[in-house]
Design a binder for this molecule. Structure first.
Ligand code: FES
Ligand SMILES: [Fe+2]
Length: 343
């Protein structure tokens, strides 16, 4: 893997300031979507026996657990005449279409048609590679994942942490990566969130680290060590370590394209266990309740300024140098649309 920590002195400002060169990033759905893991829904959305339907990337998917517990994320429309499989039911290890009772296995293959033994070779759904972790159900946009869903930064063992998935899932009329772009937009921390950025844009001691699948940076913000990492173009891990409970923060944000140029945003919080007891879980819950108004207010500030954002990247100036780097990373990320033709 190609990995590099890059100091600001190595960034060429002349490359940033080419006012005529607009950086063109494919929109969500143009040439497919970046080949990475996306949050499809919360684990709690899919109890046993229920077929959960949700918009995902360019279409709709059904999410269901087979009788033996195998989790599935599959294109939602029957290969016969296109009925929505959410109107069907789970039968053992298959999902049965409500219309003519064709049944599909966990790999998406049609394995039963009541009216014939001759099952058409193309009678299948697209089955996304699927993982359930950190309170969410994830699907990889491709035939085979070439990366794992990362643990939160600075976390070695997830079992040492309490996890809280936020109830509210936000939606915005923007490409999914707009959320990620925000984290390298140090100017907006000052002007939108009213945080003093005394070390410049970007801060002079911040260190950027880029490899094939991730784009992150570390920065000591006053007393607080902050670490930020985007994996693929859709997973953001943030860790703040510093004095006071407010600054012990381990968060995950996952953004997922959905049809119509929109995206969804999932939030997950992690808190280190002091003991594996209900009392300690209650302590963690109380801390989340205490910091939620501040997190909501920050998100609202972003939402207000991002409304009707015609996202483009031209006339970039030196303060935009990291945004440019991130946009180039997103532009160059491999893309695919393995579910094309199944919707
Ligand atoms: S439309 Fe699904 S079985 Fe006919
Ligand atoms: Fe923001």
């Amino acid at each position: 893997m190609n990995s590099a920590a890059i100091g600001l002195d190595r960034l060429e400002h002349s490359q940033v300031c080419d006012a005529d060169a607009e950086l063109v990033i494919p929109g969500d759905g143009e040439n497919g979507f970046p080949m990475c893991w996306y949050a499809v829904c919360k684990s709690s959305d899919v109890p046993d026996g229920l077929i959960f339907e949700t918009p995902f990337l360019g279409g709709n998917v059904v999410v269901w657990r087979s009788t033996r517990g195998r989790l599935n994320v599959q294109t939602a429309y029957c290969a016969h005449m296109g009925a929505n499989l959410a109107n069907g039911r789970i039968v053992g290890e298959t999902i049965e279409c409500g219309f003519h009772h064709w049944c599909y296995d966990t790999g998406g293959k049609c394995v039963y048609i009541p009216s014939t033994d001759n099952i058409p070779a193309k009678a299948r759904l697209f089955s996304y590679p699927t993982v359930e972790t950190q309170g969410l159900i994830w699907a990889f946009n491709g035939a085979e994942p070439d990366l794992d869903i990362p643990l939160p930064l600075t976390v070695d063992n997830i079992d040492d942490y309490w996890i809280a998935v936020q109830d509210d899932v936000h939606e915005m009329q923007l490409p999914h990566y707009a959320q990620m772009l925000n984290i390298v937009d140090f100017q907006h921390f000052q002007y939108v969130h009213d945080m003093a950025m005394t070390d410049g844009f970007p801060p002079k001691d911040a260190v950027l680290t880029i490899d094939d699948h991730s784009f992150g940076f570390s920065y000591k913000w006053g007393e607080v060590d902050t670490h930020w990492r985007m994996t693929g173009t859709s997973i953001l891990n943030i860790t703040f370590e510093g004095p006071g409970a407010l600054f012990e923060l381990v968060n995950l944000m996952a953004t997922t394209p959905i049809p119509g140029g929109r995206h969804k945003v999932y939030g997950v919080g992690f808190k280190r266990k002091r003991a594996d007891t209900p009392e300690d879980r209650a302590r963690a819950d109380a801390e989340w309740v205490a910091t939620k108004p501040m997190e909501d207010a920050t998100f609202k500030q972003d939402e207000d300024v991002m409304r009707d954002w015609h996202l483009r990247a031209r006339n970039l100036v030196p303060a935009d140098v990291w945004q440019r780097r991130m946009l180039e990373f997103i532009r160059d990320y491999p893309r695919a649309d393995p579910a094309e033709g199944y919707q």
